[in-house]
Design a protein around this ligand. Structure first.
Ligand code: DAT
Ligand code: MG
Length: 151
């Protein structure tokens, strides 16, 4: 722990359709994470399948691919100390009905599949996902606010 990390965060089509983009980005921003990449795309089938390849054998996989390619998603990379775990905490449990209040899924979600947001679950998956969605690379910049986020 206490490692500077970058995590891949993606607002899925339901989050975009429901008008939650600003609300969700604002939570990461206010938390003190640093935005190092941001774009909106309609994912190709190929990219979606690669992103979720670890779930390829699961019964929900075809529906998941159809869902995540159904419209725009918002792709982001956020940097901070232990950013991967911090983001997972902000996001909450996979099923919105079980996610804790105060989390994104707990506050806005009622479903397992339509859970609005993806966040990397480990350092290896973060590296894989960042490379997949941002082959152009990430921004390097000094966030002056960081001086007041970490003592
Ligand atoms: P998470 O997004 O919390 O990391 P995951 O990696 O286990 O969850 O699954 C990826 C996505 O697949 C998840 O956000 C929603 C969908 N999913 C997972 N389990 C499911 C299930 N049992 N039924 C339907 N969709 C499911
Ligand atoms: Mg996952």
């Amino acid at each position: 722990m206490n490692t500077m990390e970058t995590t891949y965060i993606m607002i899925k089509p339901d989050g975009v359709q429901r008008g939650l983009v600003g609300e969700i980005i604002g939570r990461f921003e206010r938390k003190g994470l640093k935005l190092v990449a941001l774009k909106s795309v309609v994912p190709s089938k190929e990219t979606a399948e690669t992103h979720y390849e670890c779930h390829a054998a699961r019964p929900f996989y075809p529906g998941l691919i159809k869902f995540v390619t159904s419209g725009p998603v918002v792709c982001m990379a956020w940097t901070g100390v232990d950013a991967i775990a911090v983001a997972r905490t902000l996001i909450g449990a996979t099923n919105g009905r079980e996610a804790a209040p105060g989390t994104i899924r707990g506050d806005f979600g009622m479903d397992m599949g339509y859970n609005m947001i993806h966040g990397s679950d480990a350092a290896e998956t973060a590296a894989f996902e960042l490379n997949l969605w941002f082959p152009e690379g990430l921004m390097q910049w000094d966030n002056l606010m960081g001086a007041w986020v970490y003592e």
